[in-house]
Design a protein around this ligand. Structure first.
Ligand code: C2E
Ligand code: MG
Ligand code: MG
Ligand code: MG
Length: 297
């Protein structure tokens, strides 16, 4: 602890900073222990078809799930991943947490598959996780080891991670694509050089960030942006997902403008696996259907 020992001594380490550092340390310790005790949980949020797909999937039906990490607390609440993923990254834990998330998603996908449902689950890859050497080989290996059809798992990446080294990013993503993994570009429009990524990277789907969806019913700027991203994605032969749909007006606009998929509280909150299974549809039976549906063929 920095002490005032004479004049000309500057307090770099103020009590407020110290408190923050301590909070962070205890968060880190608790997170480590939660991971070891298997106390983390994955929730699943549905992505829903906004239009009828040629393989018979109808508007409003489940397309796939996004897995979202939850850290349950003793008081019955959760700590948001937004406030602990970066701590896991800084503490060098993101590799282990990432593999845990993948294994959990694989177990769930397999469980549903064994019951006759093919529900694809997308997992979020953190920027730092993406940079772990050989992490892409590891991911494919885990999916194989767990005997999960590769059509059941997809990944969501953000633009930020790609910035560091575009040729490395392309090599990693090509590897995923060669192995049949469907790739979503998450939070699209919030990073930098988005168009450069779209041109250079093998991405299958774009997720329009929810900041552009939030005021969609009132903001003509957001309407222009959302409609343009949809057109752009279509011309590049990509699937377009809109995030954060909370009301019918937003949904109507997206449907009118040809958006393929929607995700948001209006269609369903992230829920436990048990609750998520209520979204499964009897038609979602085979992987061929699923692979087709993912590309909206
Ligand atoms: P994201 O990948 O963009 O996930 C979407 C976030 O939007 C989720 O927040 C979801 O609960 C929230 N959301 C969904 N629909 C709505 C809506 O209609 N309105 C509003 N206001 N929000 C909605 P969540 O679960 O708190 O996750 C936040 C972020 O944390 C994620 O953003 C992702 O970047 C990260 N994250 C979550 N789970 C994981 C994970 O398993 N691994 C990694 N690496 N990151 C994760
Ligand atoms: Mg995501
Ligand atoms: Mg997102
Ligand atoms: Mg986000």
């Amino acid at each position: 602890r920095a002490k005032a020992n004479g004049k000309n001594c500057f307090h770099f380490f103020t009590p407020a900073l110290e408190r923050i550092a301590l909070q962070r340390m205890s968060l880190e310790t608790n997170l480590r222990s939660a991971l070891e005790k298997n106390q983390l949980e994955l929730f699943y949020q549905p992505k829903v078809c906004l239009r009828d797909l040629p393989d018979g999937m109808e508007t409003g039906h489940l397309h796939s799930f996004e897995a979202l990490l939850r850290w349950p607390q003793a008081n019955g609440g959760f700590i948001s991943p937004e406030s602990f993923i970066h701590i896991a990254e800084d503490a060098g834990m993101i590799g282990r947490i990432g593999y845990w998330i993948l294994q959990q998603a694989c177990l769930q996908a397999k469980d549903w598959y064994d019951q006759g449902y093919s529900a694809n689950i997308s997992i979020n890859i953190s920027p730092r996780q993406f940079l772990i050497p050989n992490f892409h080989y590891e991911i494919i290996q885990i999916i194989r080891d767990m005997n999960v059809p590769v059509e059941l798992i997809s990944i969501e990446i953000t633009e930020s991670l790609l910035m560091q080294d575009l040729s490395h990013a392309r090599a990693v993503l090509e590897y995923f694509r060669e192995n049949g993994i469907f790739i979503y570009l998450d939070d699209f429009g919030t990073g930098f050089s988005s168009l450069n990524y779209l041109k250079n990277l093998p991405v299958d789907a774009i997720k329009i960030d929810r900041t552009f969806v939030k005021d969609l019913s009132s903001s003509s700027a957001d309407q222009a942006i959302a409609a343009s991203i949809i057109t752009l994605g279509k011309n590049l032969d990509m699937l377009i997902v809109a995030e954060g749909i909370e009301n019918a007006e937003q949904a109507d606009f997206l449907i009118r403008n040809g958006c393929d998929l929607a995700q948001g509280y209006y269609y369903g909150h992230p829920v436990s696996a048990e609750q998520a299974s209520l979204y499964l549809h009897p038609a979602d039976r085979t992987c061929e259907r699923l692979a087709k549906r993912q590309r909206c063929l």
